[in-house]
Design a protein around this ligand. Structure first.
Ligand code: GRG
Length: 287
């Protein structure tokens, strides 16, 4: 899987760079390019593998992979702003608003979101109906019924009179992180007009395993590797999987979701081995 992930990283970076290079030269364009460098590219990998499983070639899949990473980059840039998480470091580098300015970071995030939708209209992806299916599902996943809703709940929880319970944390994370994972994993089926349900189940479990691993890394992670302040969520008094289940309980829960995710891949047999590896990777990662 690692070799395939490296290949995806190179291809998706080139697609993003190519799209951003067509924009007029400006600080805004530089900030967009800055915000789209690096990252594990988990979402892009999900897109490329989902497309491969549905017989869609890399040329058609790449604009979709670049779109999910552009959208993800926007969410990180905005999440790091002083009005939200107020972070100085992202991917081991100064956050976008620290490197440039708050105004530029807001605009770079806005423009990255727009770029994501534009990439999904690319004619190489498939026919107009396929692109419309993608655009609908994408808007649903990342808007006020998905990722942005999850983020709003997360922010509201900071000033609520009680910490969230486990069911509420799961619901929030299914939206905040899981919805874009879901879109990414189902994208190949959406383009092909096939059954997206098994990959939807996979992504739902994978997203939760990923978030639990993130909460574990917040407590046990190496600041040099994670590029974020260790213990930040904990210090903010946020309900996390670790605060709710304890460290060992959270690890067991993550393993349970990885098993659930890999089970969901049974209909694809051997062809889904990269996706099984990814599920194991998300809980073994150190960044
Ligand atoms: C600001 C509208 C808006 C939404 C933000 C997804 C999100 C919602 C914020 C991200 C903040 C965060 C740290 C969430 C925890 C899990 C997560 C999504 C981590 C970052 O994703 P990775 O680990 O990042 O895939 P890389 O850098 O590898 O791409």
């Amino acid at each position: 899987m690692q070799a395939r992930l490296e290949e995806v990283k190179t291809q998706v970076q080139a697609t993003l760079d190519g799209a951003i290079a067509t924009l007029p030269e400006s600080e805004l364009r530089d900030a967009m390019a800055y915000a789209t460098v690096g990252g594990k590219r988990v979402r892009a990998f999900l897109v490329m593998e989902s497309c491969r499983l549905h017989g869609i070639d890399a040329r058609a899949a790449l604009p979709v992979a670049a779109a999910v990473e552009a959208l993800h980059a926007y969410s990180l840039v905005h999440d790091d702003l002083p009005a939200m998480d107020d972070d100085d470091l992202r991917r081991g580098m100064p956050t976008c608003h620290v490197q440039w300015s708050e105004a530029t970071a807001i605009l770079a995030g806005d423009a990255l979101q727009t770029l994501a939708f534009q990439l999904l209209t690319s004619e190489v992806i498939g026919d107009a109906e396929a692109r419309l299916r993608l655009l609908r599902a994408f808007a649903e996943a990342v808007g006020a019924n998905g990722m942005v809703w999850g983020q709003a709940q997360d922010i509201a929880a900071e000033t609520a009179d009680r910490p969230l319970d486990l069911a509420e944390v799961k619901r929030l994370q299914r939206a905040k992180t899981g919805a874009l994972f879901g879109f990414s994993a189902m994208s190949g089926a959406l383009i092909a007009g096939g059954d997206s349900a098994p990959l939807g189940r996979y992504a739902k479990a994978l997203g939760l395993a990923f978030q639990i691993a993130d909460d574990i890394l917040d407590v046990t992670g190496d600041e040099e590797l994670t590029g974020k302040r260790v213990g930040k969520d904990d210090a903010a008094g946020k309900a996390t999987f670790v605060s709710l289940l304890g460290l060992e309980g959270a690890k067991a829960e993550a393993r349970r979701y990885v098993a659930k995710a890999t089970d969901a891949l049974n209909p694809y047999g051997e062809d889904a081995e990269n996706l099984r590896d990814l599920a194991r990777f998300v809980i073994e990662r150190d960044t």
